[in-house]
Design a protein around this ligand. Sequence first.
Ligand code: PLP
Length: 395
Amino acid sequence: MSIISDSLKRIKPSPTIAVTQKARELRAAGKDVIGLGAGEPDFDTPENIKEAAIQAIKEGDTKYTAVDGTPALKKAIVEKFKRENNLDFTSDQITVGTGGKQVLYNAFMATLNKGDEVIIPAPYWVSYPDMVLLAGGKPKIVKCDEKEGFKLTAKKLQKAISKKTKWLILNSPSNPTGAGYTKNEIEDLAKVLLKNKKIYILSDDIYEHIKYDNFNFFTIAQISKLKDRTLTMNGVSKSYAMTGWRIGYAAGPKDIIKAIGKIQSQSTSNPSSVSQAAAVEALNGVQDFIHERSNAFKERRDFVVKSLNNIKGITCLTPNGAFYVFPSCKGFLNKKTKLKTDTDFVQKLLEKSNVAVVQGSAFGLEGYFRISYATSMKNLQKAMERIKSFCESLS
Ligand code: PLP
Protein backbone atom coordinates (compact mmCIF):
# COMPACT_ATOMS: atom_id res chain seq x y z
CA MET A 1 0.00 0.00 0.00
CA SER A 2 1.30 3.41 -0.91
CA ILE A 3 1.99 6.06 1.72
CA ILE A 4 0.86 8.72 -0.79
CA SER A 5 -2.68 10.01 -0.42
CA ASP A 6 -5.40 9.42 -3.01
CA SER A 7 -5.92 13.16 -3.46
CA LEU A 8 -2.28 13.63 -4.43
CA LYS A 9 -2.54 10.86 -7.00
CA ARG A 10 -5.15 12.94 -8.82
CA ILE A 11 -2.66 15.66 -9.70
CA LYS A 12 0.62 16.12 -11.59
CA PRO A 13 3.60 18.42 -10.97
CA SER A 14 3.49 21.76 -12.79
CA PRO A 15 4.65 21.19 -16.41
CA THR A 16 5.98 24.74 -16.73
CA ILE A 17 8.18 24.31 -13.67
CA ALA A 18 9.28 20.94 -15.13
CA VAL A 19 10.41 22.58 -18.40
CA THR A 20 12.31 25.28 -16.55
CA GLN A 21 13.99 22.61 -14.43
CA LYS A 22 14.89 20.54 -17.53
CA ALA A 23 16.43 23.60 -19.21
CA ARG A 24 18.41 24.30 -16.03
CA GLU A 25 19.74 20.71 -15.96
CA LEU A 26 20.76 20.79 -19.63
CA ARG A 27 22.53 24.11 -19.07
CA ALA A 28 24.35 22.63 -16.06
CA ALA A 29 25.44 19.77 -18.33
CA GLY A 30 27.09 22.32 -20.62
CA LYS A 31 24.38 22.76 -23.28
CA ASP A 32 23.64 26.23 -24.61
CA VAL A 33 19.90 26.08 -23.86
CA ILE A 34 17.62 29.09 -24.23
CA GLY A 35 14.77 28.81 -21.77
CA LEU A 36 11.49 30.31 -22.93
CA GLY A 37 9.44 28.38 -20.40
CA ALA A 38 9.51 30.52 -17.28
CA GLY A 39 6.54 32.60 -16.22
CA GLU A 40 8.40 35.43 -14.57
CA PRO A 41 9.72 38.84 -15.60
CA ASP A 42 13.50 38.91 -16.13
CA PHE A 43 13.62 42.42 -14.61
CA ASP A 44 14.74 43.02 -11.06
CA THR A 45 12.45 44.33 -8.30
CA PRO A 46 12.54 48.17 -8.30
CA GLU A 47 14.92 49.82 -5.82
CA ASN A 48 12.26 51.66 -3.78
CA ILE A 49 10.57 48.32 -3.06
CA LYS A 50 13.84 46.66 -2.02
CA GLU A 51 14.61 49.65 0.22
CA ALA A 52 11.23 49.34 1.94
CA ALA A 53 12.02 45.71 2.73
CA ILE A 54 15.47 46.58 4.12
CA GLN A 55 13.91 49.29 6.23
CA ALA A 56 11.32 46.83 7.54
CA ILE A 57 14.04 44.40 8.60
CA LYS A 58 15.99 47.17 10.34
CA GLU A 59 12.90 48.32 12.19
CA GLY A 60 12.26 44.83 13.53
CA ASP A 61 9.32 44.11 11.31
CA THR A 62 10.32 40.47 11.59
CA LYS A 63 7.56 38.86 13.63
CA TYR A 64 4.32 37.05 12.87
CA THR A 65 1.69 39.36 11.44
CA ALA A 66 -2.08 39.01 11.24
CA VAL A 67 -2.70 35.72 9.40
CA ASP A 68 -4.32 37.23 6.30
CA GLY A 69 -2.24 40.40 5.96
CA THR A 70 -1.06 43.46 7.88
CA PRO A 71 -3.47 46.39 8.28
CA ALA A 72 -1.03 48.54 6.25
CA LEU A 73 -1.03 46.14 3.30
CA LYS A 74 -4.79 45.63 3.40
CA LYS A 75 -5.23 49.42 3.35
CA ALA A 76 -2.90 49.69 0.33
CA ILE A 77 -4.91 46.95 -1.43
CA VAL A 78 -8.25 48.64 -0.67
CA GLU A 79 -6.82 51.86 -2.15
CA LYS A 80 -5.44 50.03 -5.19
CA PHE A 81 -8.86 48.57 -6.00
CA LYS A 82 -10.47 52.00 -5.67
CA ARG A 83 -7.78 53.84 -7.65
CA GLU A 84 -7.30 51.36 -10.47
CA ASN A 85 -10.55 49.44 -10.73
CA ASN A 86 -13.11 51.77 -9.17
CA LEU A 87 -14.05 49.02 -6.74
CA ASP A 88 -15.00 49.67 -3.11
CA PHE A 89 -13.90 47.13 -0.53
CA THR A 90 -13.40 47.18 3.23
CA SER A 91 -10.36 45.55 4.82
CA ASP A 92 -12.42 42.56 6.00
CA GLN A 93 -13.06 41.81 2.32
CA ILE A 94 -9.33 41.45 1.64
CA THR A 95 -7.00 38.51 2.16
CA VAL A 96 -3.25 38.32 1.56
CA GLY A 97 -1.41 35.07 0.89
CA THR A 98 1.97 33.65 -0.07
CA GLY A 99 1.54 34.43 -3.76
CA GLY A 100 -1.59 34.46 -5.86
CA LYS A 101 -1.13 30.70 -6.08
CA GLN A 102 -1.80 30.20 -2.37
CA VAL A 103 -4.82 32.50 -2.46
CA LEU A 104 -6.37 30.48 -5.30
CA TYR A 105 -5.54 27.18 -3.64
CA ASN A 106 -7.10 28.33 -0.37
CA ALA A 107 -10.18 29.61 -2.19
CA PHE A 108 -10.83 26.20 -3.75
CA MET A 109 -10.08 24.34 -0.51
CA ALA A 110 -12.45 26.67 1.30
CA THR A 111 -15.39 26.34 -1.08
CA LEU A 112 -15.39 23.09 -3.04
CA ASN A 113 -17.29 19.99 -2.01
CA LYS A 114 -16.81 16.63 -3.72
CA GLY A 115 -18.13 16.77 -7.28
CA ASP A 116 -18.56 20.57 -7.44
CA GLU A 117 -17.68 21.77 -10.92
CA VAL A 118 -15.35 24.60 -11.85
CA ILE A 119 -15.53 25.93 -15.40
CA ILE A 120 -12.02 26.49 -16.72
CA PRO A 121 -11.64 28.00 -20.19
CA ALA A 122 -8.76 26.36 -22.09
CA PRO A 123 -6.03 27.15 -22.76
CA TYR A 124 -5.64 27.73 -19.04
CA TRP A 125 -2.94 28.38 -16.48
CA VAL A 126 -1.58 24.91 -15.64
CA SER A 127 -2.38 25.03 -11.93
CA TYR A 128 -6.14 25.61 -12.09
CA PRO A 129 -7.32 22.05 -12.86
CA ASP A 130 -4.91 20.44 -10.42
CA MET A 131 -5.87 22.79 -7.60
CA VAL A 132 -9.54 22.01 -8.24
CA LEU A 133 -8.82 18.26 -8.25
CA LEU A 134 -6.81 18.48 -5.05
CA ALA A 135 -9.73 20.24 -3.37
CA GLY A 136 -12.09 17.43 -4.46
CA GLY A 137 -13.78 19.43 -7.23
CA LYS A 138 -14.23 18.61 -10.90
CA PRO A 139 -12.60 20.78 -13.57
CA LYS A 140 -14.98 21.42 -16.47
CA ILE A 141 -12.66 22.33 -19.30
CA VAL A 142 -14.12 24.45 -22.11
CA LYS A 143 -11.88 24.67 -25.16
CA CYS A 144 -11.67 28.14 -26.66
CA ASP A 145 -10.74 28.41 -30.32
CA GLU A 146 -7.90 30.35 -31.87
CA LYS A 147 -10.42 31.98 -34.21
CA GLU A 148 -12.20 33.38 -31.13
CA GLY A 149 -8.90 34.71 -29.81
CA PHE A 150 -8.71 31.79 -27.33
CA LYS A 151 -11.47 33.46 -25.32
CA LEU A 152 -14.61 32.06 -23.73
CA THR A 153 -17.83 33.08 -25.45
CA ALA A 154 -21.24 33.52 -23.78
CA LYS A 155 -22.57 30.60 -25.81
CA LYS A 156 -19.86 28.21 -24.66
CA LEU A 157 -20.22 29.39 -21.08
CA GLN A 158 -23.97 28.76 -21.10
CA LYS A 159 -23.43 25.29 -22.49
CA ALA A 160 -20.87 24.39 -19.83
CA ILE A 161 -23.06 25.36 -16.88
CA SER A 162 -24.68 22.55 -14.90
CA LYS A 163 -26.45 22.27 -11.55
CA LYS A 164 -23.07 21.46 -10.03
CA THR A 165 -21.22 24.52 -11.33
CA LYS A 166 -19.73 26.44 -8.42
CA TRP A 167 -17.08 28.64 -10.01
CA LEU A 168 -16.06 30.09 -13.33
CA ILE A 169 -12.40 31.08 -13.64
CA LEU A 170 -11.56 34.09 -15.80
CA ASN A 171 -7.97 35.10 -16.45
CA SER A 172 -7.33 38.26 -18.42
CA PRO A 173 -4.77 38.99 -19.77
CA SER A 174 -4.26 35.28 -19.97
CA ASN A 175 -1.50 32.85 -19.27
CA PRO A 176 -0.73 31.15 -21.72
CA THR A 177 -2.18 33.16 -24.63
CA GLY A 178 -1.87 36.81 -23.54
CA ALA A 179 -5.48 37.31 -24.67
CA GLY A 180 -7.36 40.08 -22.86
CA TYR A 181 -11.16 40.28 -22.60
CA THR A 182 -12.71 43.56 -23.74
CA LYS A 183 -15.44 45.28 -21.74
CA ASN A 184 -18.06 44.03 -24.22
CA GLU A 185 -16.82 40.46 -24.02
CA ILE A 186 -16.96 40.53 -20.22
CA GLU A 187 -20.43 42.05 -20.31
CA ASP A 188 -21.61 39.24 -22.59
CA LEU A 189 -20.34 36.65 -20.12
CA ALA A 190 -21.85 38.64 -17.25
CA LYS A 191 -25.30 38.42 -18.84
CA VAL A 192 -25.10 34.63 -18.67
CA LEU A 193 -23.78 34.74 -15.11
CA LEU A 194 -26.51 37.11 -13.94
CA LYS A 195 -29.07 34.56 -15.12
CA ASN A 196 -27.27 31.72 -13.30
CA LYS A 197 -27.34 33.07 -9.79
CA LYS A 198 -25.49 30.30 -7.96
CA ILE A 199 -22.21 30.59 -9.84
CA TYR A 200 -19.25 32.42 -8.32
CA ILE A 201 -16.55 33.99 -10.45
CA LEU A 202 -12.86 33.82 -9.76
CA SER A 203 -11.15 36.61 -11.65
CA ASP A 204 -7.40 36.12 -11.88
CA ASP A 205 -6.05 39.57 -12.70
CA ILE A 206 -2.38 38.89 -12.02
CA TYR A 207 -1.32 40.27 -15.46
CA GLU A 208 -3.47 43.41 -15.16
CA HIS A 209 -0.57 45.80 -15.65
CA ILE A 210 1.25 44.04 -18.44
CA LYS A 211 -0.76 45.18 -21.45
CA TYR A 212 -0.23 46.75 -24.84
CA ASP A 213 -1.71 48.90 -27.59
CA ASN A 214 -3.98 50.86 -25.21
CA PHE A 215 -5.81 47.70 -24.24
CA ASN A 216 -8.42 48.75 -21.68
CA PHE A 217 -8.22 46.39 -18.72
CA PHE A 218 -11.58 45.61 -17.17
CA THR A 219 -12.37 43.19 -14.31
CA ILE A 220 -15.76 41.53 -13.92
CA ALA A 221 -16.47 42.78 -10.37
CA GLN A 222 -16.76 46.26 -11.86
CA ILE A 223 -20.15 45.08 -13.07
CA SER A 224 -21.75 45.85 -9.73
CA LYS A 225 -24.37 43.11 -9.77
CA LEU A 226 -21.68 40.45 -9.92
CA LYS A 227 -19.37 41.92 -7.31
CA ASP A 228 -21.11 39.97 -4.52
CA ARG A 229 -20.27 36.72 -6.30
CA THR A 230 -16.76 37.51 -7.44
CA LEU A 231 -13.40 36.84 -5.87
CA THR A 232 -10.90 39.16 -7.55
CA MET A 233 -7.36 37.86 -7.24
CA ASN A 234 -4.25 39.85 -7.96
CA GLY A 235 -0.67 40.14 -6.72
CA VAL A 236 2.67 41.87 -7.01
CA SER A 237 4.62 39.01 -8.65
CA LYS A 238 4.25 39.98 -12.31
CA SER A 239 3.45 43.71 -12.23
CA TYR A 240 6.33 44.63 -9.91
CA ALA A 241 8.81 41.86 -10.81
CA MET A 242 8.43 40.34 -7.34
CA THR A 243 7.91 36.64 -8.05
CA GLY A 244 10.29 35.55 -5.28
CA TRP A 245 8.70 37.72 -2.59
CA ARG A 246 5.50 35.65 -2.66
CA ILE A 247 2.68 38.11 -2.11
CA GLY A 248 -0.76 37.68 -3.68
CA TYR A 249 -4.14 38.92 -2.55
CA ALA A 250 -7.85 38.74 -3.22
CA ALA A 251 -10.97 40.78 -2.53
CA GLY A 252 -14.49 39.45 -2.33
CA PRO A 253 -17.40 38.25 -0.20
CA LYS A 254 -16.64 38.30 3.53
CA ASP A 255 -17.59 34.66 4.13
CA ILE A 256 -15.11 33.43 1.51
CA ILE A 257 -12.39 35.77 2.75
CA LYS A 258 -12.91 34.53 6.32
CA ALA A 259 -12.80 30.89 5.21
CA ILE A 260 -9.56 31.48 3.28
CA GLY A 261 -8.07 32.98 6.45
CA LYS A 262 -9.15 29.94 8.45
CA ILE A 263 -7.26 27.59 6.10
CA GLN A 264 -4.23 29.82 6.12
CA SER A 265 -4.26 29.94 9.93
CA GLN A 266 -3.84 26.17 10.00
CA SER A 267 -1.28 25.92 7.20
CA THR A 268 1.25 28.69 6.55
CA SER A 269 -0.05 31.51 8.81
CA ASN A 270 0.90 34.96 7.55
CA PRO A 271 2.90 35.63 4.40
CA SER A 272 6.41 36.97 5.11
CA SER A 273 6.31 40.17 7.17
CA VAL A 274 9.17 41.67 5.15
CA SER A 275 7.53 40.86 1.82
CA GLN A 276 4.31 42.47 3.01
CA ALA A 277 6.19 45.69 3.84
CA ALA A 278 7.72 45.58 0.35
CA ALA A 279 4.27 45.05 -1.21
CA VAL A 280 2.94 48.13 0.60
CA GLU A 281 5.63 50.18 -1.14
CA ALA A 282 4.93 48.49 -4.47
CA LEU A 283 1.26 49.47 -4.32
CA ASN A 284 1.67 52.92 -2.73
CA GLY A 285 4.96 54.02 -4.33
CA VAL A 286 5.67 55.51 -7.76
CA GLN A 287 4.17 53.42 -10.55
CA ASP A 288 6.44 54.58 -13.42
CA PHE A 289 8.15 51.20 -13.43
CA ILE A 290 5.02 49.47 -14.68
CA HIS A 291 4.81 51.55 -17.86
CA GLU A 292 8.54 51.40 -18.57
CA ARG A 293 8.56 47.62 -18.30
CA SER A 294 5.39 47.25 -20.36
CA ASN A 295 7.11 49.19 -23.15
CA ALA A 296 10.09 46.85 -23.03
CA PHE A 297 7.77 43.83 -23.13
CA LYS A 298 5.89 45.34 -26.08
CA GLU A 299 9.07 45.62 -28.12
CA ARG A 300 9.78 41.94 -27.45
CA ARG A 301 6.20 40.88 -28.18
CA ASP A 302 6.28 42.66 -31.54
CA PHE A 303 9.57 41.05 -32.46
CA VAL A 304 8.51 37.54 -31.43
CA VAL A 305 5.08 37.67 -33.12
CA LYS A 306 6.60 38.97 -36.36
CA SER A 307 9.43 36.43 -36.35
CA LEU A 308 7.06 33.52 -35.71
CA ASN A 309 4.63 34.54 -38.40
CA ASN A 310 7.54 34.69 -40.83
CA ILE A 311 8.18 31.00 -40.30
CA LYS A 312 6.37 28.80 -42.80
CA GLY A 313 4.01 26.45 -40.94
CA ILE A 314 3.63 28.61 -37.82
CA THR A 315 0.82 31.06 -37.08
CA CYS A 316 0.72 33.32 -34.06
CA LEU A 317 -1.93 35.76 -32.79
CA THR A 318 -0.89 39.14 -31.38
CA PRO A 319 -1.72 39.18 -27.67
CA ASN A 320 -3.05 42.17 -25.68
CA GLY A 321 -1.07 41.48 -22.55
CA ALA A 322 1.04 39.25 -20.27
CA PHE A 323 4.39 38.06 -21.65
CA TYR A 324 3.40 34.96 -23.56
CA VAL A 325 2.56 34.01 -27.11
CA PHE A 326 0.74 30.82 -28.06
CA PRO A 327 1.61 29.90 -31.66
CA SER A 328 0.24 26.93 -33.54
CA CYS A 329 2.56 24.09 -34.54
CA LYS A 330 -0.20 22.09 -36.24
CA GLY A 331 1.50 22.61 -39.61
CA PHE A 332 4.30 20.30 -38.46
CA LEU A 333 2.26 17.48 -36.97
CA ASN A 334 2.13 14.94 -39.79
CA LYS A 335 3.58 11.73 -41.19
CA LYS A 336 6.42 13.46 -42.99
CA THR A 337 7.86 15.09 -39.88
CA LYS A 338 7.01 12.00 -37.78
CA LEU A 339 5.77 14.40 -35.10
CA LYS A 340 2.36 13.43 -33.80
CA THR A 341 1.73 15.84 -30.97
CA ASP A 342 2.79 19.25 -29.70
CA THR A 343 4.78 17.41 -27.03
CA ASP A 344 6.78 15.66 -29.80
CA PHE A 345 7.35 19.07 -31.39
CA VAL A 346 8.67 20.78 -28.25
CA GLN A 347 10.81 17.79 -27.27
CA LYS A 348 12.44 17.70 -30.71
CA LEU A 349 12.95 21.47 -30.57
CA LEU A 350 14.75 21.12 -27.25
CA GLU A 351 16.83 18.15 -28.37
CA LYS A 352 17.82 19.50 -31.78
CA SER A 353 17.92 23.25 -31.27
CA ASN A 354 18.28 23.79 -27.53
CA VAL A 355 15.19 25.96 -27.15
CA ALA A 356 12.86 25.18 -24.23
CA VAL A 357 9.17 26.01 -24.69
CA VAL A 358 6.02 24.37 -23.25
CA GLN A 359 3.55 22.24 -25.22
CA GLY A 360 0.01 23.59 -25.61
CA SER A 361 -1.53 20.38 -24.28
CA ALA A 362 -0.08 21.25 -20.84
CA PHE A 363 -2.48 24.21 -20.96
CA GLY A 364 -5.40 22.13 -22.21
CA LEU A 365 -5.20 22.88 -25.94
CA GLU A 366 -3.30 20.58 -28.27
CA GLY A 367 -1.46 21.71 -31.39
CA TYR A 368 0.19 24.81 -29.90
CA PHE A 369 3.16 25.80 -27.76
CA ARG A 370 3.78 28.61 -25.31
CA ILE A 371 6.71 30.97 -25.50
CA SER A 372 7.47 33.28 -22.61
CA TYR A 373 9.23 36.38 -23.95
CA ALA A 374 10.22 37.59 -20.50
CA THR A 375 13.87 37.32 -21.46
CA SER A 376 16.43 39.57 -23.18
CA MET A 377 16.11 40.65 -26.82
CA LYS A 378 19.45 38.97 -27.44
CA ASN A 379 18.10 35.63 -26.21
CA LEU A 380 14.90 36.10 -28.18
CA GLN A 381 16.80 36.85 -31.40
CA LYS A 382 18.87 33.72 -30.97
CA ALA A 383 15.81 31.65 -30.08
CA MET A 384 13.81 32.84 -33.09
CA GLU A 385 16.70 31.97 -35.43
CA ARG A 386 16.92 28.51 -33.92
CA ILE A 387 13.15 27.92 -34.13
CA LYS A 388 13.20 29.04 -37.78
CA SER A 389 16.05 26.68 -38.69
CA PHE A 390 14.38 23.86 -36.77
CA CYS A 391 11.08 24.36 -38.62
CA GLU A 392 12.87 24.60 -41.97
CA SER A 393 14.63 21.33 -41.22
CA LEU A 394 11.21 19.69 -40.76
CA SER A 395 9.71 20.94 -44.03
N1 PLP B 1 -2.27 33.20 -12.03
C1 PLP B 1 -1.63 33.08 -13.20
C2 PLP B 1 -2.43 33.13 -14.45
C3 PLP B 1 -0.24 32.92 -13.24
O1 PLP B 1 0.38 32.82 -14.43
C4 PLP B 1 0.47 32.87 -12.03
C5 PLP B 1 1.93 32.63 -12.03
O2 PLP B 1 2.53 32.10 -12.93
C6 PLP B 1 -0.23 33.01 -10.83
C7 PLP B 1 -1.61 33.17 -10.87
C8 PLP B 1 0.42 32.96 -9.48
O3 PLP B 1 1.36 33.92 -9.26
P1 PLP B 1 2.07 34.11 -7.86
O4 PLP B 1 1.79 32.91 -7.02
O5 PLP B 1 3.52 34.27 -8.15
O6 PLP B 1 1.47 35.34 -7.25
